[in-house]
Structures are given as structure tokens and as C-alpha cells.
Ligand binder design. Structure first.
Ligand SMILES: [Zn+2]
Length: 356
């Protein structure tokens, strides 16, 4: 793992022309600390148990169960005080998608909510937090239970997204940057929702400075061993966003770091990659990569480790507070061998849309 101080100096030297360089700090204001403590086990349990209930039939893309989940998320975004970010007066944006194994199409939608920043300049810059709310739906088979509930994958990330939106929405002193909360459809069908989002963003993508994606946030029984008090960041070390996550983890007493093999291997395995391919520093956070009920009908809400889950969400939310409150723009690490294509993508994005 790289030394944070050296990272800071290299980034400052390289990007001094683009952004004022302030050292990252994951220390929060008393109001922000109080907001973090509003994120509770019971709040997470409530969201996951609803989203993963049998009545939603595994939230396949597209399906009625997915649409009910979308309404639930939009209702929670209203509770958080978010502005609709899907279009004029709507939280929804989406497209017609073919049903699995059929020519029939139905609408599937992302749920997008915006929390405006307070700084006259930085509020025109955006940080996206995302999670996919779809799962595999219902599949006929020999088992009595044929509903793929997808509690950890990814009702957990969606619940974390909602709780973070409510925590941030409760602040009287709004953070400097604007935050876009988005629940994606169709991750399980090839990241359809995040691909649609980056093609139809509610803001110029060039002003989107970071993205954090939430996956598998509730289980600690990774097939490789228990992962209590620990979360993993994919593409760890690729951008300063992962440095901020690690710093926030340290401050929270919850390790957010690298997995020797999976951090690289899973970088392209979830919706963060749709943003990375556009050049936006983006990573996925999880507490387990593969767990015993992964993509099985038994991925039920009762199986999650809620005391650990709430610690994980608070740690990630601390990182989000850090990013939205800082003048510093997170960048891909110029000296990392795996970042060249993403840095090139960022340059293409900047060249395409002139800065204002
Ligand atoms: Zn997933």
C-alpha cells in the first residue's frame, strides 16, 4: 500500500494547475457526526427486508417487482429531501428493456435524487453515490423457492444508499459539492442502468468528480473467511477516492482497504466501471466479494450482519462527507500502471465538453 503522504505530494505536483491542493481530512463537524449516528441497524434492516421480500419477486429487469422497488426508493429520496434528478419533476429515468428469454419489452428505470451543494462554485461539481437495486428475478427450477431475493446483492447497497441520502439530507449546513444518489436497474443484465445514466446524465459528466458504488455491504461471511470490521475497495490505489475511503475507514475504526487479488479483479465487475470508462474516478465498496448464498435463492435479508453493516455504511458516508466538503478534486493516480486508460478517458471527456 502506498504511503498517503507521498501520494499527496505527487498528486499536488501533477494537478496544481487544476485544483487547489488541500490535504484530505476525514474529521467531520459535530452536525455531520450527529448525521452519521442517524444511520441505524434498524433503518438498514427495514430497507433490506422490504426490497428483498418475496412479493417483489427478485426485482428482475424489467419487472413489476423492480418497479415497486423503484417507487420505494423514490419515496425514501423524498423523505431525505432530495430533488428529483431523473428529468423534469421525476426521480426516474430509463429505457425499454427486453424481458429475459422474450421479445417483449418493458420500461426499466434508474432512481435519481440530487442534494444541492452550498458553495457557489463547487456546487456545480458532482459526486455520485450508486447501488444497483435489481437482482435476478424468478427462475423456474426444481426448488420450492424460486425467488432470487438478492438481499445482499444488492438490496444491501441500496439500503446503504438510502440511509446515506437521509443522513446527508438532514444537514442544515449543506456540504460544498452536489451529491447525486442513484439506484441502478439492470446491473445483472450487463450494467444497463449505469450505462444509461452516463449516456443521459443529469449534469455534464465532466463536472462529475468522483463516484462511489455500494455492493454486498451486509455479509461478513466471505467464502475466504470472516470479514468483520473490514470492507474492500475495488481498484484500490487507482485514484484518490480510494485514499479518502481508507482515511475515513481509519477515522471510523472500520478498515476500508485493498484485497490482494479481488480489488483489481472486481474493478470492472460492477456499475463503477461505467463511470471509470468515462474517466471519472470511481470504485465499488463491499464487505464480502463472494458469500455462500451469492446468486442463490437463499440470499435472504435475515442473513446479513447488521451490527457490522451499520459500521460499514457510516465509514463510507464519512468518506462521502470528506469528498463533498473538500475543495480538492480527486484524481486517478498518474503513477499507477492500471490507470492509463481511465486517465485517457478523463482527458477525452474534458476535451469534449468545454469547462465553464
Ligand atoms: Zn451486485
Amino acid at each position: 500500500m502506498r504511503a498517503p503522504k507521498a501520494t499527496f505530494l505527487v498528486a499536488c505536483a501533477f494537478f496544481a494547475a487544476f485544483a487547489p491542493c488541500q490535504e484530505w481530512s476525514a474529521k467531520l463537524s459535530p452536525e455531520q457526526e450527529a448525521a452519521l449516528s442517524q444511520i441505524t441497524e434498524n433503518g438498514l434492516r427495514a430497507h433490506v427486508s422490504f426490497l428483498a421480500a418475496d412479493i417483489l419477486e427478485g426485482r428482475g429487469t424489467p419487472s413489476r417487482g423492480l418497479d415497486i422497488a423503484a417507487e420505494y426508493i423514490a419515496a425514501q429520496f423524498r423523505r431525505a429531501g432530495l430533488e428529483p434528478g431523473g428529468g423534469t419533476n421525476t426521480f426516474f429515468q430509463g429505457e425499454q428493456v427486453k424481458k429475459r428469454g422474450s421479445e417483449e419489452r418493458a420500461h426499466a428505470k434508474n432512481v435519481v435524487g440530487i442534494l444541492r451543494g452550498s458553495d457557489p462554485i463547487l456546487s456545480e461539481t458532482y459526486i455520485v453515490v450508486g447501488a444497483h437495486y435489481d437482482h435476478l428475478g424468478v427462475r423456474e427450477g426444481p426448488e420450492a423457492d424460486n425467488i432470487f431475493n438478492g438481499a445482499n446483492d444488492d438490496a444491501s447497497g441500496t439500503a446503504a444508499l438510502i440511509e446515506m441520502a437521509i443522513a446527508m439530507g438532514s444537514l442544515k449546513q449543506r456540504p460544498k459539492r452536489t451529491v447525486v444518489f442513484v439506484a441502478f436497474y439492470g446491473e445483472e443484465r450487463g450494467m444497463l442502468g449505469s450505462r444509461f445514466f452516463v449516456a443521459n446524465p443529469p449534469m455534464p459528466l465532466q463536472r462529475c468528480v468522483a463516484m462511489i458504488n455500494l455492493e454486498h455491504m451486509g455479509r461478513t461471511d466471505d467464502v475466504e473467511g470472516a470479514t468483520d470490521d473490514r470492507g474492500y475497495v475495488t481498484g484500490f490505489g487507482y485514484s484518490e477516492v480510494s485514499d479518502v475511503l481508507a482515511l475515513a475507514g481509519k477515522e471510523s475504526g472500520f478498515d476500508l482497504g485493498s484485497h490482494a487479488r479481488n480489488s483489481d479483479a472486481f474493478f470492472g465487475a460492477s456499475d463503477n466501471i461505467s463511470f471509470a470508462m468515462q474517466g471519472i474516478p470511481s470504485h465499488t465498496v463491499c464487505t464480502a466479494f463472494i458469500f455462500p448464498d451469492y446468486h442463490k435463492v437463499s440470499d435472504h435479508w435475515e442473513q446479513l450482519n447488521y451490527p457490522n453493516f451499520v459500521k460499514a455504511v457510516r465509514a463510507v458516508c464519512r468518506a462521502l462527507f470528506t469528498l463533498v466538503g473538500s475543495d480538492r478534486t480527486p484524481r486517478w493516480m498518474p503513477d499507477h500502471p492500471r490507470t492509463a486508460r481511465y486517465r485517457e478517458a478523463w482527458q477525452r471527456l474534458v476535451d469534449r465538453i468545454p469547462a465553464q
